[in-house]
Design a binder for this molecule. Structure first.
Ligand SMILES: [Zn+2]
Length: 112
């Protein structure tokens, strides 16, 4: 059974090279590389959020997770750019509903 791409969901993936003793995969659809570890992806998101929202530096994160700075950089870099663009903006949603109250909840649904 082929491994599914965690980024685009395609199953056109290929077993690739080893990186730090770990099997890596490459997706033929979106071209991204990933490892066979769901945990890594969650950690990457956590790292990225702390880096972006909590303004932690690479050195702070490296110390916190007891990893090298290169490791932190690599894992922050692996977060797909599509999610980086998807920063939630609840304030705008609330403002829109407030300026068009007759649209009510339907507006919220269509905005998502
Ligand atoms: Zn993909």
């Amino acid at each position: 059974m082929r491994k599914k791409c965690p980024y685009c969901g395609s199953d056109k993936t290929k077993k690739g090279f080893y990186n730090n003793q770990r099997q890596r995969y490459r997706c033929n659809s979106c071209g991204r590389q990933f490892q066979n570890h769901a945990r890594d992806k969650r950690l990457e998101k956590t790292l990225w959020k702390q880096y972006v929202y909590q303004r932690q530096t690479i050195s702070q994160l490296a110390k916190k997770y007891k990893k090298g700075k290169d490791w932190i950089r690599e894992h922050i870099g692996n977060v797909p750019s599509i999610e980086q663009d998807h920063i939630p903006q609840p304030i705008i949603a609330i403002a829109d509903v407030g300026s068009a109250p007759h649209l009510g909840n339907r507006f919220i649904v269509s905005a998502q």
